[in-house]
Design a binder for this molecule. Structure first.
Ligand code: FAD
Length: 570
């Protein structure tokens, strides 16, 4: 007997095997992904689609066949800090396992950065670059999360250099970012966090002393420096210790030559021993009269850095949904071929219930992330009205996708039973890697506070509310949701008039409910004949989450519905 996808339904539990003989894994993470393919094909014109489709297909195959081994090897062999050479001379060097370099090469060959920064692509594909670049980053993220950090930082650094340096100066760096030769690649990094301040960036103390028109010397320490050996380091520092808070911060470009072995002015104090994202180096760095060039004007540092953070938060979201997609597929493929109690594990009611929940969470975050990225593209194409909406959405997307990823990857691990816990498989690595997603680029609490600020400033919230209400009104039977959404908006207004302590204390629940309504609106708008297979059950699931009186007895989702919802072509 065969079902929808042709899996054998025969009971093989009499043979003493973990999975039946038909077990197979994906050959291509792009081609198999009906949700991603459907979404991107709708977003792009046919010319753009055929261009990006070819690249995605190539990377999808590479990710499914080569990246796991490299990624696990790089994870087990993290970078090392070398402070002395054979002859006892002081040096400053971070060494990487060849697997890390091979992973970087895959990213360069795939064009994740060159799509966005090659001047020809920038002019031909203007207004679509983020969706194009992020679609490649998504497939890459299904294979490796650690290297995604340097890629993210490089993309952000390129954006800042392109915008704030004179073209002649920025070209020197950017041509190394869109290079097709990994040996010539320059990567970027962003150092904000100090011992005194990660969330509280205004507490930063690193001091910048002016020594020339745009030249400064930096003194002090940065406490978390990821992609520590990056050629392009963007560093926040205080030009005037008398100006407190973020107003006193300026942004500086520091080049790697400062790590000169013979008495350099930068010192790696040590590398952090991390829970995850181990392939990439995170260091503590001391600056001792380090030469730096100011970017923008004195006092503008935090504002400029925020532009980079907005982009890196979207990277964070893409890596969150990519990791979750990968783990969901790992669990799904296993459950399709695992037999317990006389049937395929996929067919047990509780397994279906869990997959329904996880797939819904994934689909909801998928559209939230991609619609936000689409808005960034529109903004870059000159549609300024998206600016204020992005201010509300970006911290929202960052928090939501990161938290879903951590929660759901653990659930996927459990769906694989004992095998999910074994280091030969990819689940433990993805689990460890995902744990940082809610922390770096700003913790969940900071995302709530950022969103609240954005809601009460500008017209971003107003526009999003209008869109969401329009979508809810379009779908029959949504009166209760519309009424409840209005109630949440009323509560949000109240946050503006109560004292700050009460506002912050109550912000989380209101923020999280609002996110779900915005997701509901996006989903309703995206539904068409094909995507109904995954969007419709997700809408149903979201409505259930939002209802005040949940029906606890529901009719079970069928195996066929689950298969359509996961939408994976093996
Ligand atoms: C692996 C890794 C790599 C990193 N790489 C980099 C990097 O390359 N560059 C860089 O600049 N930073 C980096 N970071 C630092 C990271 O961005 C910070 O750790 C993070 O922003 C939190 O700052 P903190 O550690 O100082 O925590 P704190 O700010 O001390 O926060 C502690 C807790 O208090 C909460 N909290 C703080 N203030 C408030 C408030 N006002 N309201 C409510 N809750 C609050 C936070 O949410 C958190 O839960 C990295 C971190 C990690 C783990």
């Amino acid at each position: 007997m065969h079902n929808l996808l042709g899996f054998s339904q025969e009971n093989s539990s009499s043979s003493n095997e973990v999975v039946d003989d038909h077990f197979s894994t994906s050959k291509n993470y792009f081609v198999s992904d009906k949700i991603l393919v459907h979404f991107l094909q709708k977003e792009f014109s046919s010319t753009v689609w055929s261009f990006i489709q070819a690249r995605l297909t190539k990377l999808g195959k590479n990710a499914a066949s080569n990246m796991d081994e490299l990624s696990m090897t790089a994870d087990k062999n993290p970078p090392k800090l070398v402070k002395r050479d054979l002859f006892g001379r002081d040096i400053q060097k971070i060494t990487y396992h060849p697997a890390y370099k091979a992973l970087l090469k895959i990213a360069v060959d795939a064009g994740i950065l060159s799509i966005k920064w090659n001047p020809t692509f920038r002019s031909v594909y203007k207004g679509q670059l983020h969706r194009m670049g992020f679609s490649l980053a998504f497939i890459y993220g299904m294979g490796e999360s650690g290297v995604s950090c340097p890629l993210c930082m490089t993309d952000g650094a390129a954006m800042i250099l392109d915008k704030y340096l004179p073209p002649g100066d920025s070209k020197r760096f950017i041509e190394h970012i869109y290079t097709s030769e990994v040996e010539h690649l320059y990567t970027g990094a962003m150092f904000l966090t100090e011992k005194a301040g990660g969330s509280d960036v205004g507490a930063n103390q690193l001091l910048a002393t002016k020594v020339g028109e745009s030249s400064y010397l930096l003194n002090g320490e940065k406490w978390f420096c990821s992609n520590a050996s990056a050629e392009i380091k963007l560093v926040l520092a205080r030009t005037d210790s008398g100006i407190k808070g973020t107003q006193g911060l300026s942004l500086f470009l520091v080049e790697n030559s400062q790590f000169d072995d013979s008495g350099g002015t930068m010192e790696y104090v040590r590398l952090k021993d991390k829970l995850g994202v181990k392939s990439m180096a995170t260091a503590e760095i001391n600056f001792k009269n380090t030469q730096a060039t100011i970017i923008g004007k004195e006092g503008e540092g935090f504002k400029i850095m925020t532009e980079m953070i907005n982009l890196s938060r979207l990277w964070n979201a893409v890596i969150s949904i990519a990791g979750l997609r990968r783990c969901l597929i790992e669990a799904y493929q296993f459950l399709c071929f695992r037999h317990t109690f006389g049937k395929r594990a996929l067919e047990h009611a509780l397994v279906r219930n869990k997959l329904y929940e996880l797939a819904s969470r994934y689909v909801a975050d998928f559209y939230l992330t991609w619609k936000t990225i689409g808005m960034l593209d529109k903004l870059e194409a000159g549609e300024d009205e998206y600016q204020s909406m992005l201010r509300v959405l970006i911290p929202m997307v960052k928090k939501k996708s990161a938290e879903t990823s951590v929660y759901a990857i653990r659930e996927c691990m459990e769906l694989l039973g004992g095998l999910g816990y074994i280091e030969e498989g990819v689940l433990p690595k993805f689990m460890r890697d995902s744990m940082v997603l809610p922390i770096w680029e700003g913790t969940g609490n900071m995302m709530i506070l950022d969103t609240l600020r954005a809601c009460h400033k500008g017209d971003g919230l107003e526009k999003l509310v209008h869109q969401t209400k329009e979508s809810l009104a379009k779908k029959p039977g949504m009166n209760k949701e519309l009424a409840n959404f209005n109630y949440i908006l009323g509560q949000l207004d109240t946050l503006e008039v109560v004292d700050r302590e009460t506002a912050e204390y109550n912000a989380k629940e209101i923020f999280e409910k609002m996110t779900l309504y915005i997701q509901l609106g996006f989903l309703i708008n995206q539904e068409d004949r094909e995507s109904a297979s995954w969007i419709r059950p997700t809408i149903h699931w979201l409505r259930h989450q939002l209802s005040d009186k949940k029906e606890l007895i529901k009719s079970p989702i069928t195996t066929e519905e689950i298969i359509r919802m996961i939408a994976w072509g093996f």
